[in-house]
Design a protein around this ligand. Structure first.
Ligand code: HPA
Ligand SMILES: [Zn+2]
Length: 341
């Protein structure tokens, strides 16, 4: 007999979804990482899958980032970037992620002498193939590394002008502690002027003041993570009133010790406070699960119910950078799915 629990989990898997917070380098699985290291002769301190996987125990964001950047250093040739993107887009298909907004971080590749034409050719080829094969909807976000100086980000923004049509938005990732949003005020001013949509990581490990700074100094339209906003009631009210979406990443937050366990995650409190909360996977190869795994983990630990799940699924499309007509079309399909199931 199929239990209620299994039926709901199947419903979660089948529901059409948007993913808005996903670092492409965070989808590099251990197997492919070692294969590419071997192919490209990139030395690693890990020789076997077991040794590498044993390193996937993080104490905080920085301990993860050290491994994440080392992992991404094995990507060297156009075909590597194609394979990385295609692997993830196939995962989208499996997870019923019908629309995805993917963060690309050129500053991870440039120091290895790999420039835009190489990685963009691989990414574009995979995206075009997925669009034509099964109608996958994809937008790319040009994501900057906040531990590097703003001047470096400005150079990359200029380089990206040749690929302006490939990117819908800019974002800001990497080490939050010590790198407040206001460090990048000029970058966001220029990107806004050039017509990019704006998002930034804030309030993952950093304090609520960083979320405020992202809103006020960077004028972002949505916040990546933002879970620490609950420490500041006035800020919660601003986020609620302005309907600023939060792209929350439950498995990531637990693996990076933002919350000790999934039972202690505040996502349902954020939702109950009337915030536009979405569910995302962040770096699924490192954090133990893709988008469906995140929804299922919420159901198992927090008793996520159908109406809460449906609200967050709707928020995913609502909070996307899709044009209004396409958003409505996606929302209608989600409503049809909900009514039929
Ligand atoms: O969760 C994250 N936070 C900041 N930077 C990142 N880069 C990849 N994942 C993350
Ligand atoms: Zn992230």
């Amino acid at each position: 007999m199929i239990s209620e629990q299994n039926r709901f989990e199947d419903w979660l898997r089948a529901a059409p979804k948007a993913e808005l917070h996903l670092h492409l380098d965070g989808t590099l699985g251990a197997g492919r990482l070692l294969q590419l290291a071997d192919k490209n002769n990139v030395p690693l301190p890990y020789n076997t899958l077991q040794e590498l996987e044993a390193a996937y125990h993080f104490e905080n964001l920085q301990s993860f980032l050290d491994l994440y950047y080392l992992g991404a250093s094995v990507l060297r040739e156009e075909e590597d970037f194609y394979a990385l993107m295609m692997d993830y887009l196939l995962r989208c298909r499996k997870n019923n992620i019908v629309h995805t907004e993917i963060m690309i971080e050129p500053q991870t590749y440039l120091p290895n002498g790999i420039d835009f034409p190489v990685f963009m050719a691989g990414f574009q080829r995979a995206v075009m193939e997925a669009r034509s094969r099964w109608g996958q909807s994809v937008q790319l976000i040009l994501s900057f590394l906040r531990h590097l100086p703003e001047s470096a980000a400005l150079d990359v923004l200029d380089k990206a002008e040749n690929y302006r049509d490939d990117f819908v938005a800019i974002g800001l990732a990497s080490s939050e502690q010590g790198n407040p949003p206001q460090k990048f005020t000029e970058l966001y001013r220029r990107a806004r002027e050039r017509g990019y949509r704006l998002t930034a990581h804030a309030g993952e490990e950093g304090p609520p003041a960083f979320i405020r700074s992202a809103l006020e100094d960077l004028t972002v339209e949505r916040i990546d993570h933002g879970v620490r906003c609950l420490e500041d009631d006035t800020l919660v009210e601003v986020l609620r009133e302005r309907r600023i979406p939060l792209t929350v990443c439950p498995l990531s937050n637990v693996r990076l010790c933002v919350f000790p366990t999934m039972k202690q995650h505040n996502i349902l409190q954020l939702l109950a406070r009337g915030l536009v909360v979405t569910v995302n996977s962040d770096d699924p190869a490192y954090f133990g699960g893709y988008l469906n795994d995140n929804f299922i983990a919420l159901h198992r630990a927090l008793n996520l119910n159908r109406s809460q799940a449906l609200q967050m699924l709707r928020n995913g499309f609502e909070a996307s950078f899709l044009a209004t007509a396409e958003k409505s079309e996606r929302l209608k399909k989600l409503n049809d799915f909900a009514e039929a199931s």
